[in-house]
Design a protein around this ligand. Sequence first.
Ligand code: LLP
Length: 417
Amino acid sequence: MTFIDFKKQQFHLEECSATALAEQYGTPLYVYSKAQLLDNWQRFTRYWPAPHRLCYAVKANSNLAILQLLAAQGAGFDIVSGGELKRVLKAGGKAESVVFSGVAKSVEELTFALQQGIGCINVESAAELERIQMVAQQLGLMAPVSLRVNPDVDAQTHPYIATGMKANKFGIAMADAMPVFRRAHELPNIQLLGADCHIGSQIMTPAPFLDAAERMFQLVERLQSENITLTHLDLGGGFGVSYEGTASLDLEAYLTGVLKMAENYPQLTLVLEPGRAIIADAGVLLTRVEYLKETDDKRFALVDAGMNDLLRPSLYQAWHDIVAVDEANNGRGKLVDVVGPVCETGCFLGHARHLTITGGDLLAVKHVGAYGFTMSSNYNTRAKPAEVLVDGANSFLIRARETFDDLIRGERLLDRT
Ligand code: LLP
């Protein structure tokens, strides 16, 4: 179901018109639909009964209000830094509902996570396991861990976001996994809960997921034959969304397929770490056209949002639908490149779009709720945009637009030159 669409020829998020939101809060502006977020969440929970768990991948969108809404739904969280853990706690999430991924966790982060009572640390290497043992011993605690194994499947996605092949920096190679599990089983301050994997992001078919799951279940059996019993199997995130209106991942087929495989392992609690599929299509970026520029062979709309606000097109050549908020201005007109103000040729939001645009028009870039704001930066000393949450006809500022003072906080002039 979609809660973000045209109503009476004007682009709306739920009952709020994009035009009114832009007037009230300014542009560029990230806006999220609460109804869409909750609908996406329930799409997972419908096919994923307790005791199995869903840990939302905080990196997709870490705004406190978003985390708060998910915590209220009973979500767990997947984090990759001490900072993300602090966000979860601040938003009302519980440390015991958190799994901690990430390839280079520092002693400080591990100490903080263990002191808070983290649910599980996803261990990415044999060296990290030794570090966790040392930290847990110093704290006089048992560290709950899962070992991240690299199942070596091709996720058939963009190479920058494929993580489950041998050549990636993530996880322990399947061939090397057994001795690390044995070691984890023996270490005095390690409580070996389970295994995990994450094969990549924006995966559009169930096949690679099911392939990885099968390999993980085989691993569980191999360990069982050595009397190492796992109770937790985390199969990561990566559920693709349809940016271009093509068929999306058949989530139901994947979730029911995995649950079927798991029937033979009643001791296992399954965990998933969805990020994008929960929040991507719940967010849009509103941007205003500053100028139009025409050259011999090109037409540019120079807009007030750039690669610092939304990096995905520049970094991955990701395609995002861009609509004029006035419905009549879509699908017609000359082809136009929608480009941002940052001083890089690579600063664009979309190339060759059919839009009828005049200076001052408002555009909406769609499906930017995930990896949109969280990947934004202050490049070119540009303040990060505000974020707003829409709930029916109401809107709430959930992050104020940055000011110049925010940007230079912490910087110091020299006493003398
Ligand atoms: N779990 C782990 C261990 C991960 O590394 C990730 C994403 C997730 C879960 C969530 O994956 P999702 O369900 O969101 O696909 N910036 C890129 C995506 C990077 C994903 C990194 N890891 C993009 O904008 O497409």
